[in-house]
Structure formats: structure tokens, C-alpha cells
Design a protein around this ligand. Structure first.
Ligand code: F6R
Length: 612
């Protein structure tokens, strides 16, 4: 939700900011803007994508070695040029970029209006910069002190960077519940919502913590303080991120690239953690708290969206393989009720970005109640990764397409390894079963590769249903969450209304929707429920629905009844989601492309949901 970037150093800031904004565009693309200072303040902002800003600013002066930039996902105020960031103070000296929400902005605005402040936008951010100006002017305070005092009176979430036209040698930034990373280069500094805008220039970063303010002086370096004025000693981390991961590498869209990366990302997730020859799984985070996890009374999985679907698969895996009761919660719901959580519970938070506000809040709640917090996260150094007691990265590399694909299979792979390892330790699976599972899990990347070869066939099926207004996805057992995920993928990138249902539930309502206009995508690979799914398909066919069935290779029965089939290789039932989700990702992708949708940046969405 909103991306912020800033630069101070010897180079021209504008090209660095623009490239950074393009990398951060996955966080929001309602508007983009920059502010530059070289004696005068140059603020350029435009509704729409970063390209609109580039076109707008083409002929305008941009020379400056300091600057701040923003790409917006609108919260307060419609997306337009005026509401775009950066926002400027009343005296036109200060300018700010902000990611987050200032909850008490209305009260602050009212008080400031009484002091004579006039606002031009509908945003909470403009209120914040006027507030900082008011504090600074009143006592002629240094910028960092004015920011600090302002933040002690602000309620909400923020990552901000402030630039003062009168001192272009300094940037002041702060964070609370929205990510902020400082990059340290050779005599130059970067600030951004994640490390992607800075990786060409440095691999040294500092992750700013909640309630910290960082002042970066061109000549005197970095100082970090808390909002309570305590000086902090920041830790410098070295990150390992490759530029090729941030580029499309010959694919038309990041989403397609990321779908095709899955054989590799699933292997990367297992690398060094699963050994087929010697038959072991070793997850560092798990071993560290092995006793508490293996003897947990219950797992509570908290996540949102696609990560929540991975969590549902986790429930099936943990209950079947490790015999630990599991509850899967929408993080947003868990945080706002009064759940029973004790120190015998383990909370597993699943998040690609590691920044989802609701998931973070659920973890805070569970920590207060004494549970062990375990994170399954993709984004290295993210807030969830840093706040959990233990955890495992999925190692999928940066996921840029807004629709999550490779992160989902990474999360499911990680959950599968966890369930097998815990089941083995608890003795709920025998040694020989454990070995069989490990051998088969190691074969999954090659099997995903095989599924990807059906792409042309899937494209053909996509063409058949591209104009339908609705779609129904059905699955049972391990494939029920896959049905939910397939429906989410379709609706978010093609804007077709789609629902996922447990196949047997269809007759309790959704069957009323079925007619010749309704494509029904059935995941029919479960050996344990094959006959039952076949009956469900027949029920759909009897009502003239158009059935697309995902079947196991060599299937003859369902293939005869369905209108179209997509084959996936045979595997052990707990691993089928890792294969059955692939055709659904490709189906959504092709349908969206045929409908001329921007699959990487679907409307109204953002990759990292850092507001409630
Ligand atoms: C769907 C999608 C979202 C995210 C959700 C959680 O394709 O990407 O539903 O899964 O916003 O995000 P993370 O995993 O970053 O917590």
C-alpha cells in the first residue's frame, strides 16, 4: 500500500527515484509523484502510473541530488493529481511522502484550520505536513525535532520521509507499522518501502523499527532515535537480492514469469532443508522451538487472501500428518474478536510480503496472550519476519505480480515440510511413510514443470470461457482451498465474478446458479473422493453447466463426462495442491490477457496491504 523512495547523495536524484517508483509500483498505482530540492522545491505529481509522471515531467527542471518519491494506493481522497503525494506544507518549505493512515487527522485538521492553515487536498498526509510545519515554526525547531514531536501526537500507521527546501542536505524519515528500509551506499543514502529501489547501488541496509525516526545528513551520516528521543544504534544487514529477480526476463508479465518460476522456487524452498537420499527434513526455525511446537495443544494459522488459502491447506496437512488440531483464521477477524489463545498454542502467520497490517496485528495479539509466534514469510527482513519468535522463509524471491502465484506454492511447500517433520517427531507418521513422502515431495518441481507444458491447451480452454460473467470452482479435501484460490485468481485479475466451493456443498445453494452460461472448474484429482466428485460433475452436467476438470494423468472416467480436461501428474494426495493450482493460475492469466486486463497491476489492488 503506497511505495515510498528517497535519495540523498552525489548523483542526480530524479532517475533513481523514478526507477525506484517503478520497482515499487506493485504497492499502488493510483498516482505517482516526486519532490526535488536545489534551492527551489520542485514537486511533480500525476494521477495514474509512474509512466504518466515521467511524461508529465519530461520537459520540466529536475536537477537535484536529493529527492523523495511516492506511488499511491488511495486511502483518503480519490486518486487525482491534487491528492497525489508528495504533499507540501502551508509555507511551501516542507514536503512529505507517506505510506499509511493518520487516524486522528480530522481532529488535527480542525485545530490547524483554526490556526489559519488552508488545505488543498483531501488527504491525511497534507494534514501531517502542516502539523509538522506548525510545530517547527512555533519554536524554530530543527526538522527532526519537529517531526518527532508531531509523531508523539499522531495516531495511526506511517512510513514517512520529509524534505525541507531550506536544507537539501538532510532527509528525515520515520516508521510505525509501515515498512521503511535505509540503504547505505558510497557517500549516498536511500530510503524506501522495501530494498528493491536500492539494490543496484548497495546491499547494506538498515530496517527501521516502529517508533523510530531516522535523520540522514549528506555529510554527517545517519542518526536513529525513537519518538521518545532515545538514541538507537542501528544494525546494518547485508541483503542478497538479484536484479534479474526484479525484471521480466523475456516474459510479457511478471505474473507469467512467476508462474513459470515455480519448479525452481519450490526447489529453492526445499534446498538444504529436505534430503531425499538420507530421508530427512530440517527446518532451522522449527528446530529452535521444537519442543514447544511439537507439543503444542493447537496451531492457529493467521493470514489473508492467498496466504489464507495456503493456511487452509496447512490445516489439512497438520491434522492428517501431525495430528495437531488447527484453526485457520482470517487475520482481520482474529484481531477484532476476543479469541481464546494460550501459551500452549502456536500461531503460524503466513504472509508473502511480511507486512500485511492485519496479520501483524494478529501476531501482536497472540504474543500478548503468550503463544509462540511462527512466521512463514517470503520477504526477507520484513516486519513479520522480524517480530515472530521463529519462522521459515519460503525463498521464492521477490514476487512482483500483484496476484500471488509462486509465493502460494512456496507457502504450501513449507507447510508440507513442517507437517512432515512434526508428524515424524510426534510419531504420527511411520518412518517408512515419512521417507515415501520425502521422496515424492522432492519430485514435485519436475511434476510442476510437466504441468506447465499444458499451457497451450489451457490457453485454448481459456478462450472458450473468456466472455462468461461468472465461474464456479469446486474441490474437495486438499483441493477445496485450491478451488478458493483458483476463484480468487480469476476474479482479481480478470474481474470475472468467481466463487470457490467445497464440491459437496454445491447442492446446498450454488447449484441454483448452474446453466449453460456457467463454467464450473472442478479439481477432480483426489483418489479418496473420486466417485463423489464424479457425481458432483454429473450433477453440473445434468443442468447444462460447462465443466472443466483438472484430472490425474490417464484418467478416463471424468474425462468422458467433462467438456474439457487438464491433466496433472499423479502424486500423493497431500501434495496435489502444488500441482492442481498451476493450471488454475494459467487459466486466470490467459483469460485476463484475452480480456485485455493488466494482470500485473489489477485495478484497486496493491501487493502489500499495510492498512487495515
Ligand atoms: C492474492 C493476493 C492477496 C494476498 C493477501 C495477503 O493474489 O496476493 O490476496 O495474498 O493480500 O498478502 P500477504 O501474503 O503479503 O500477507
Amino acid at each position: 500500500m503506497c511505495g515510498i523512495v528517497a535519495y540523498i547523495g552525489p548523483k542526480e536524484a530524479y532517475p533513481i527515484l523514478i526507477k525506484g517508483l517503478q520497482r515499487l509500483e506493485y504497492r499502488g498505482y493510483d498516482s505517482a509523484g516526486v519532490a526535488l530540492a536545489n534551492g527551489q522545491l520542485m514537486v511533480y505529481k500525476k494521477k495514474g502510473k509512474v509512466q504518466e509522471l515521467i511524461d508529465f515531467a519530461e520537459e520540466l527542471p529536475k536537477s537535484s541530488t536529493v529527492g523523495i518519491g511516492h506511488t499511491r494506493w488511495a486511502t483518503h481522497g480519490v486518486p487525482n493529481d491534487v491528492n497525489a503525494h508528495p504533499h507540501t506544507s502551508g509555507n511551501s518549505q516542507l514536503t512529505i511522502v507517506h505510506n499509511g493512515i493518520i487516524e486522528n487527522y480530522a481532529l488535527l485538521k480542525e485545530a490547524l484550520e483554526k490556526e489559519g492553515h488552508v488545505f488543498t487536498s483531501d488527504t491525511d498526509t497534507e494534514v501531517l505536513i502542516h502539523f509538522i510545519e506548525e510545530i517547527q515554526e512555533k519554536d524554530q525547531l530543527p526538522l527532526e525535532e519537529a517531526v518527532r514531536i508531531a509523531l508523539t501526537r499522531v495516531v495511526g500507521a506511517y512510513a514517512i520521509v520529509v524534505l525541507d527546501k531550506r536544507n537539501p542536505n538532510k532527509l528525515v524519515a520515520a516508521r510505525k507499522a509501515s515498512p521503511l528500509v535505509v540503504g547505505i551506499g558510497e557517500g549516498e543514502y536511500f530510503l524506501a518501502s522495501d530494498a528493491t529501489p536500492m539494490i543496484e547501488y548497495t546491499n547494506k541496509v538498515i530496517y527501521i523499527n516502529d517508533n523510530e525516526i531516522v535523520s540522514i545528513d549528506r555529510y554527517n551520516g545517519i542518526q536513529v532515535k525513537t519518538v521518545n528521543n532515545e538514541v538507537q544504534t542501528p544494525t546494518i544487514h547485508e541483503i542478497d537480492m538479484k536484479i534479474e529477480n526484479l525484471e521480466k526476463g523475456g516474459y510479457d508479465y511478471f505474473m507469467l514469469k512467476e508462474i513459470y518460476e515455480q519448479p525452481k522456487t519450490i526447489s529453492d524452498c526445499m534446498r538444504g532443508r529436505l534430503n531425499k537420499e538420507d530421508g530427512w527434513i530440517h527446518l532451522g526455525g522449527l528446530e529452535e522451538y521444537s519442543n514447544r511446537i511439537v507439543n503444542a495443544q493447537r496451531f492457529i494459522i493467521a493470514a489473508c487472501g492467498t496466504s489464507w488459502h495456503a493456511g487452509l491447506i496447512g490445516e489439512y496437512l497438520f491434522e492428517e500428518l501431525a495430528r495437531i488440531p488447527v484453526e485457520v483464521e482470517y487475520a482481520s477477524e482474529l484481531r477484532y474478536r476476543n479469541p481464546i489463545i494460550t501459551d500452549k498454542d502456536v500461531i503460524i502467520a503466513i504472509s508473502q510480503s511480511g507486512e500485511t497490517a492485519d496479520t501483524l496485528a494478529a501476531l501482536e495479539l497472540s504474543r500478548e496472550r503468550g503463544a509462540l509466534n511462527y512466521g512463514i514469510v517470503n520477504s526477507v527482513g520484513s516486519s513479520i519476519a522480524r517480530m515472530t519468535d521463529a519462522g521459515s522463509y519460503i525463498h521464492a524471491g521477490p514476487e512482483i505480480g500483484v496476484a500471488s502465484t509462486k509465493a502460494f506454492t512456496g507457502q504450501v511447500t513449507l507447510l508440507t515440510m513442517m507437517a512432515l517433520s512434526i508428524g515424524h517427531k510426534r510419531g504420527t507418521i511411520s518412518e517408512s511413510q515419512y521417507r515415501q513422502y520425502i521422496t515424492e515431495l522432492a519430485n514435485i518441481p519436475a511434476k510442476v514443470e510437466e504441468v506447465l507444458k499444458t499451457n497451450d491447451h489451457i490457453k485454448y480452454i481459456a478462450a472458450e470461457i473468456q466472455d462468461k460473467p461468472n465461474a464456479l470452482y469446486l474441490g474437495r479435501g486438499y483441493n477445496f482451498p485450491v478451488a478458493l484460490e483458483g476463484a480468487l485468481k480469476l476474479k482479481e485479475i480478470s474481474y470475472i465474478h468467481a466463487e470457490g466451493y467445497p464440491a459437496a456443498e454445491m447442492k446446498h445453494g450454488p447449484i441454483a446458479l448452474i446453466d449453460e452460461e456457467m463454467p464450473v472448474i472442478v479439481i477432480a484429482t483426489n483418489k479418496s473422493a473420486y466417485e463423489k466428485v464424479l457425481s458432483n460433475i454429473q450433477e453440473v452436467k445434468a443442468r447444462k453447466g460447462y465443466v472443466i476438470a483438472i484430472v490425474t494423468k490417464g484418467d478416463s472416467e471424468i474425462s468422458q463426462v467433462a467438456d474439457a480436461t487438464i491433466e496433472i501428474p499423479e502424486t500423493m494426495e497431500p501434495f496435489t495442491p502444488l500441482l492442481s493450482v498451476i493450471p488454475l493460475q494459467l487459466l486466470s492469466y490467459h483469460i485476463a490477457i484475452m480480456r485485455e486486463c493488466n494482470v500485473d497491476q489489477p485495478r484497486n489492488l496493491a501487493k502489500s496491504v499495510t492498512v487495515e
